[in-house]
Design a protein around this ligand. Structure first.
Ligand code: ATP
Ligand code: MG
Length: 288
């Protein structure tokens, strides 16, 4: 290959579009990770972004249940070599894509070499096809949620103004920084009574994060407590499409706009970080 062709090829490789990987996590359950993941995805898709949600939350109210979908295949079929990851993609409302998780994901740590390669290979393909990959994780500092949070480009921690949610949110933030010092962590305050209450929660968590962890915590924004959210859930329809003018929809649209405007400074240049870290996590996990 000529020098010029070689340069062109490495230019293309470096500038290939790859999905920004966002992990949506929380310390406490039931704070709105899944509804935030789904609606944020739809808000981003409305801004011409290609978005996939990886449903890594295997609880009862998972992404598929929330949207009234029923998939045939999930990540287990990918790991077992029966389907490619792109073949498991389910079309969701509003132009989003969903990769259904499986209970096998809890066993990531035990994957063999071939299985790990299938998973990483699938993720590579997916990352090239999407602008955003949103990982809806399980609540709490379990190995699975923390692995995704550590591998992701950005971690969005969701908490509510409840004291227990604040304490558990801080524990999650602490765990993420302990695993990876240069994590880009932001906070979303959900179910806020108003902007001021959300800001007070963000100030409180930001303060302890600075004081005890010596890390900055960026405040991504808030979502108002809004009965339309559960009404949409009851109808298996996404809030943003069912009630586009609801107060919570406006908040989510703002969160999406902010994501498009801001990229955390520490990962703006690196496009392959997630896969490398994800592979590392799987590799490390399998060794211990
Ligand atoms: N902004 C909001 N206003 C009112 N209700 C909300 C709001 N956000 C979420 N909810 C309600 O809270 C409940 C939990 O939401 P969701 O399932 O998204 O939480 P989760 O963090 O994913 O839970 P889990 O930890 O079980 O996975 C749902 O019934 C949803 O309708
Ligand atoms: Mg959930």
């Amino acid at each position: 290959m000529t020098k010029q062709a070689e340069r062109l090829r490495s230019f293309v490789r470096e500038h290939a579009r790859r999905a920004r990987v966002l992990a949506i996590t929380s310390g406490k359950g039931g704070v709105g990770k899944t509804s935030t993941s789904v609606n944020l995805a739809i808000a981003l898709a409305a801004q011409d972004q290609r978005v996939a949600i990886l449903d890594a939350d295997l609880g009862l109210a998972n992404v598929e249940v929330l949207l009234g979908l029923n998939s045939l295949y999930n990540l287990q079929h990918v790991v077992d070599g029966e389907k490619t990851l792109l073949e498991t993609l389910v079309q969701g409302p509003g132009g989003i894509h969903i990769i259904p998780g499986s209970s096998g994901m809890a066993k990531f740590a035990d994957l063999g070499e071939a299985e790990r390669e299938r998973l990483i290979g699938g993720m590579t393909e997916l990352q090239e096809d999407m602008d955003f990959l949103i990982v809806d994780t399980m609540a709490g500092i379990g190995k699975n949620a923390v692995s995704f949070a550590t591998a992701a480009d950005e971690v969005l921690v969701v908490c509510t103004p409840e004291p227990s949610s604040i304490v558990d949110g801080y524990t999650m933030i602490k765990t993420v920084f302990q695993q990876r010092d240069d994590s880009a962590v932001s906070l979303i305050v959900n179910m806020a009574a108003n902007k001021e209450q959300a800001q007070a929660v963000a100030n409180k968590i930001g303060h302890v994060t600075r004081q005890y962890l010596n890390h900055g915590l960026s405040y991504h924004g808030y979502i108002l407590r809004d009965p339309h959210v559960s009404q949409a859930v009851m109808q298996s329809a996404p809030l943003l499409l069912r009630y586009p003018n609801a107060p919570a929809s406006a908040c989510i649209t703002r969160l999406a706009a902010r994501l498009l405007q801001h990229r955390p400074p520490n990962n703006s240049g690196e496009t392959t970080g997630f896969l490398r870290r994800f592979a590392q996590t799987l590799g490390l996990a399998s060794n211990g």
